[in-house]
Design a binder for this molecule. Structure first.
Ligand SMILES: Nc1ncnc2c1ncn2[C@@H]1O[C@H](COP(=O)(O)OP(=O)(O)OP(=O)(O)O)[C@@H](O)[C@H]1O
Length: 623
């Protein structure tokens, strides 16, 4: 049996329902804003940042310089005024021209250092987030199928996009701004105290008022912003749901109802957004007023102190400037703090995924099979998705290389589950499954799956050309091999009739081609992969007779010489199978060829002789 080296089609889990209201649907979403382990998360972010230690050092150096320059400018002006008034004529030992030049340099260098620190920090931030994104994405793809079964797709998406974006934005500016704000704040305080403790006290008298005012406002805006976020999530979920359910909405003429529901959700955002923005818009006004109050106090009381000779005019000028200056970092700190906390929470959510155990964690000692004949054995296999609920129990059978095994049974009997165990998307609870005598638990998962191909009912096509989609079966296949596979699969004739032939671009999961054509492509893909073991889920949807015949022919060629497991719906397929496994309630009820089972006169023969009069065996079995 030839060997393939690529999985032909991911064994898709059914798409989880879209979150209607993320704040309700997932407890996790609610906790999103707060990190549980801030120091642990910060140290992990640091590990990424530390790769650019040198540049980071430069950034910090620039922050120090720019903060020092921000303090120096007003200080120099104050000194100059004092020295001028006292008629000293020199300023720090300099003539006024030199002094002005130095002052000019101080004010000129300030923005330059800020520009440099910001550009370098953006570079570090973008690289850090780039690496984190790469790690997260590659980790996501190593996670086992059960992980995806338990998670909301939208929620996972939001971690890769929103949370990463949050981290990115914060690293870009907030982190450095917070650091610089703290430096300026303490620097200002230090210089002020050294000049006049009394004036410092006067200047800072407004700080508690600011704190009280800010607290009053944020207490009101906090819940409003949260509500707005949650409403936004709700609206996003609704838009996603209605877009993916477009056909159903149109088919049931639900457009008006959908519009009304959208309007209700949209209105909720408008209201919460209005109040959140209006109340938070009061912050700058409050800050401004208190700033002016501080200015008046320093100017007025400072004047009295100056008359009494306790401080100089220059010192008052320095204080007036600083008073204006220190509210900015205070403001920044208040603004950036929340952003920082939410970014840490976002990073934590990203790391949470990275900490999930990967599928091939302990595969170091696992074997790799270069060649597979296709002998498959199930020995007393039992399994349950959740503890305490058995789905398959004590299944035993043997498939010889090249045989076709039809899986028959009512809906929910466990046919898909059996296939999932064979491809090790899930591991058995007890018993063992072997391929060519090798227990599958001891084979590297990727290697195991490379010997299998899947043709499922719902063919998944990626955005790209038809050629690329077939090549998914084996990435190193030549164009000739792709065409050869398409010919064998009976897909070639329809492909060449398309406008761009093999180069036709497929979008939206292959919206431009029919269901039957999609299946032909899936067969071509599997043909190209050339696996020893094949998994087929026969389509139940009705396809026109000509295409149906083409699919059947393609499948016959594909199955030839390969061990094939078919979740069979067509009587023909079932009749021709070497073995039929009749599953019922998770157990192997009957097992044998079509003739043997008819002779047994059991469930299968009952189905066949009595109930069966249509096309779909599984449907009848379920009734
Ligand atoms: N990811 C899962 N987690 C929990 N239970 C599951 C999961 N997938 C399937 N089940 C349950 O396992 C049982 C068997 O499902 P399975 O999909 O194997 O049946 P099936 O025979 O393939 O049905 P159908 O013919 O309808 O596709 C069902 O009761 C189903 O609810």
């Amino acid at each position: 049996m030839p060997k393939s080296n690529a999985l032909t089609e991911p064994f898709l889990q059914p798409r989880p329902a879209v979150i209607k209201d993320p704040s309700k649907a997932s407890g996790e979403y609610k906790q999103k804003k707060r990190a549980k382990n801030v120091s642990g998360t910060l140290s992990r972010i640091w590990k990424y940042l530390a790769r650019r230690k040198l540049k980071l050092g430069l950034v910090l150096f620039m922050v120090l310089i720019s903060s020092a320059l921000a303090l120096l400018g007003p200080y120099m002006i104050g000194i100059a005024v004092d020295n001028y008034l006292s008629g000293e004529g020199t300023f720090w030992g300099m003539g006024w021209v030199r002094f002005l030049i130095v002052l000019g340099v101080v004010y000129f260098l300030g923005p330059i250092t800020m520009f440099l620190q910001s550009v370098w920090m953006i570079e570090i931030a973008q690289e850090t987030v780039y690496r984190m994104r790469v790690d997260l994405f590659s980790h996501l793809h190593k996670l086992p199928i059960p992980f995806f079964g338990k998670r909301q797709q939208g929620e996972l998406m939001s971690r890769v996009t929103n949370d990463m974006e949050n981290v990115s934005a914060t690293l870009n500016s907030s982190a450095i701004q917070i650091f610089s704000s703290i430096l300026i704040l303490f620097g200002t305080l230090g210089v002020m105290l050294s000049l006049s403790p009394l004036l410092t006290l006067l200047t800072f008298i407004v700080v508690p008022l600011m704190a009280i005012g800010m607290r009053w406002i944020t207490r009101r805006t906090g819940p409003l912003f949260k509500e707005r976020q949650s409403n936004l999530g709700d609206l996003n979920g609704y838009i996603e749901e209605t877009l993916s359910g477009q056909r159903i909405i149109k088919a049931f003429s639900q457009e008006d109802r959908v519009k009304q529901e959208f309007a209700v959700r949209n209105e909720r955002i408008r209201l919460s957004g209005f109040w959140a923005q209006t109340i938070s818009g009061m912050i700058p006004k409050l800050m401004n007023s208190l700033n002016n109050l501080s200015f008046a106090l320093v100017a007025g009381l400072g004047g009295i102190l100056a008359i009494n000779g306790q401080v100089t005019i220059g010192v008052i000028i320095i204080f007036v400037e600083y008073a204006r200056q220190f509210t900015r970092p205070l403001n920044d700190l208040a603004n950036q703090w929340n952003t920082l906390l939410s970014a840490i929470a976002g990073a934590e959510r990203v790391f949470e995924i990275m900490d999930e155990e990967v599928e091939n964690k302990d595969e170091g000692k696992a074997v790799k099979l270069d060649h597979v004949e296709g002998e498959v054995k199930f020995e007393h296999v039992s399994f349950g998705y959740d503890e305490g609920r058995s789905i398959l129990s004590d299944i035993s059978f043997e498939a010889k290389p090249g045989e076709t095994i039809a899986l028959v049974g009512p809906t929910g009997a466990g046919k898909t589950t059996l296939i999932q165990l064979l491809s090790r998307f899930y591991d058995t609870s007890s018993g063992k499954i072997t391929i060519d005598g090798q227990e599958i638990g001891t084979i590297q998962r990727e290697n195991l799956r490379s010997h299998m191909a899947f043709v499922l009912q719902d063919t998944f096509l990626f955005e790209g050309t038809i050629r690329e989609n077939i090549r998914y079966g084996r990435l190193d296949a030549t164009d000739e091999e792709i065409e050869e596979a398409a010919k064998l699969a009976n897909a070639h004739s329809f492909i060449v009739r398309l406008e761009d032939g093999y180069d036709k671009k497929l979008t939206n999961g292959g919206s431009g081609i029919s269901q039957g054509q999609k299946q032909l492509l899936a067969i071509a893909r599997a043909m190209l992969a050339d696996p020893a073991i094949l998994v087929l889920d026969e389509a139940t949807s009705s396809i026109d007779t000509v295409t149906e015949i083409k699919i059947q022919q393609g499948l016959q060629r594909l199955m030839k010489g390969r061990t094939s497991f078919v979740i069979a719906h067509r009587l023909n397929t079932i009749r021709q199978a070497d073995q039929i496994l009749v599953l019922k309630d998770g157990g192997l009820l009957e097992h044998g060829s079509h003739e043997e089972l008819l002779e047994q006169g059991g469930f299968y023969s009952g189905l066949y002789n009595g109930l069966y009069n249509g096309q779909d065996m599984q449907e009848e079995a379920g009734d």
